[in-house]
Design a protein around this ligand. Sequence first.
Ligand code: AMP
Length: 213
Amino acid sequence: MRLILLGPPGAGKGTQAKLLKEKYGIPQISTGDILRKAVKDQTAVGIEVQAFMQAGNLVPDELVINLIKERIKEGDCSGGFILDGFPRTQIQAAKLTETLGTMGIEIDAVVEFSVDNKALVDRLTGRWTCTECGEMFHESARKSRVDGICDHCGGALFQRDDDKRETIINRLEIYKQETQPLIKYYKQQGRLKTVEGQGDVHEVFSQVCSLIT
Ligand code: AMP
């Protein structure tokens, strides 16, 4: 199964991607996670993208497109994959369609998570992410059992630089300008499934599963 998870920052794409990965045994490809690792490791790509990411801006299309092109050709993607955070612009979406076409494959479904802006800001400002496995917690809605430690792998939790209020407002605006138009693009292709992303994680997950199977 080949899926795209679409939605604003904080909509729950990463959390749902992890649940889907476990249930279907296909990899989660998060461009945000790949880029954060590159920044942490200070690779050439990491050095190039860090200022964009810190400000909550999108990194150049060409860079993420190349990254995805390489990633989906890896062996673990042969049975499917979950794209989390890609595509985010019309150019990225068009290039993805083209690349998959050359590989003789296509996307099965695009799941859009709809969440209102106030809830998104609350989720992002209270979000704590694991440095090791990327699992996400929230300081009131989903506390870790031990403060600052991931329940899942024991890694240290941190607050992302771009989860600051001013940066969040910028990220939401960019979503509206650059990414929201993809909803229409995939609707026209008959692949769009919309999920109300506001509820409990497991309720949202069962909605997602019922829409994609
Ligand atoms: P995320 O973890 O998906 O919220 O992504 C964090 C940051 O990584 C974004 O604010 C962008 O700076 C960058 N990023 C991730 N995915 C993309 C993408 N598909 N296109 C451009 N920039 C991206």
